[in-house]
Design a protein around this ligand. Structure first.
Ligand SMILES: Cc1ncc(COP(=O)(O)O)c(C=O)c1O
Length: 377
């Protein structure tokens, strides 16, 4: 049969796109609501830093310019902030771009495989599929911790990289740094371990820490970080990778030259500088996490321990609702949270830590729903 100009690659036919959930405006319009809160995408509960907003206003007139290729000013600022050599850093259009680039520069389709946990952040799966690269998914332990033995056993001569998320998404579970380093040390030299530390800033438990200070001693270790969470820049799309200089050089050479725009770069530099906003964010998330955990447990929900800016939980078995019922009922009342069916966890829900008002609104709305069902039965 002859080929048509609209025949896409086989991987694209059944490609399920990333499902981002509904926006505040969509819910407002759909249900005619005035007040809607979004606790579904793990964004910053304090919004955008005032210093970032000023920097954006100041540089608005530069919108007609291309950014400097490779964003050297942002690279310099990151190197100073994290005390790293500049040649280990690559910035991207969100950490999503860095994830995509790692797969595409390291894995040969049909030859190499990547390893992730199951469930895991969906971008690893989506970008591997798009690249035509096979993925081995290693089930998490029942308590959502990593199964180190199974991960290690899955490594073979075809494995080129392993993505692990610390703290993990969607559970919030996080192993101590020593365990991560021991695992990195156990890997053969042809395997790169990539730690996605999108949520690491929110962790505050003993032993749990970033591997960034250890990178120099572990040649097969890399880190992915984002400005979307603790720095409050999800809409600007800036992330970065920290990796062995040879790899960073390859990634910089193939990266789209202008994927981090002028305003995004200015915003990221200003965000690194605004330590007051950053510290306030961490305080708000850590206090909100305690409050929400206690409040959900009071409603008899089972809440997974979390080092991130979200909580994964299950409803009481006898509450009369499925998880999806609750997501839908909360939506009609102006509260957006994340169902976890797409992660293969249809009975679990994930709620982002909001500011104090948002957290109370979520708890009151959920509490009223559960109480109403209790009265009906
Ligand atoms: C684990 C993890 N990694 C990466 C990302 C992507 O972040 P970015 O906005 O920098 O693309 C997310 C976003 O939610 C995430 O949960």
């Amino acid at each position: 049969m002859s080929r048509s100009c609209t025949d896409v690659r086989p991987e694209i036919h059944d490609f399920t796109p990333y499902s981002p959930g509904l926006s505040i405006d969509e819910i407002r319009e759909r249900y005619g609501l005035f007040q809607v809160i979004k606790l579904a995408s793990n964004e910053n509960p304090l919004g955008a830093s005032p210093q970032v907003q000023k920097a954006l206003q100041k540089s608005a007139s530069l919108a007609f310019r291309y950014p400097q290729s490779g964003n050297p000013r942002l690279i310099q600022a990151l190197a100073a902030h994290y005390r790293l050599p500049e040649d280990m850093l690559v910035v991207g259009n969100g950490s999503d771009e860095i994830i995509d680039l790692f797969i595409r520069i390291l894995a040969v389709p049909g030859k190499h495989t990547i390893i992730t946990c199951d469930p895991c952040f969906s971008m690893y799966t989506l970008q591997a599929r798009l690249a035509g690269v096979a993925q081995k998914k290693i089930p998490l332990n029942p308590d959502f911790s990593f199964n180190w033995e199974a991960l290690r056993a899955a490594v073979d001569e075809h494995t080129v990289l392993i993505f692990l998320t610390t703290p993990d998404n969607p559970s919030g579970s996080c192993p101590p740094r020593d365990e991560v380093l021991a695992f990195a040390a156990s890997l053969p030299p042809h395997v790169l371990l990539i730690m996605d530390e999108a949520y690491m800033d929110f962790a505050d438990s003993p032993g749990i820490a970033s591997v960034i200070p250890c990178l120099a001693e572990y040649p097969n270790l890399a880190v992915i970080r984002t400005f979307s969470k603790s720095f409050g820049l999800a809409g600007m799309r800036v992330g970065f990778g920290i990796m062995p200089p040879r790899l960073a050089d390859s990634m910089r050479r193939v990266r789209l030259p202008f994927s981090v725009g002028v305003l995004a770069e200015e915003a990221a530099i200003a965000a690194l500088d605004d330590t007051a906003f950053f510290e306030e964010t961490l305080k708000t998330v850590r206090e909100g996490r305690e409050y929400l955990k206690a409040a959900l447990e009071k409603l008899r929900c089972r809440v997974a321990p979390s080092s991130a800016n979200y909580l994964m939980f299950r409803l009481p078995d006898d509450c009369g609702y499925t998880a999806q019922n609750v997501v839908d009922a909360l939506l009609t009342r102006g509260v957006i949270i994340r169902p976890l069916k797409s992660y293969g966890l249809p009975d679990h829900l994930r709620v982002s830590i909001g500011n104090a008002t948002e957290n109370k609104m979520f708890v009151n709305t959920l509490g009223n729903l559960l109480a109403r069902k209790g009265r009906e039965s």
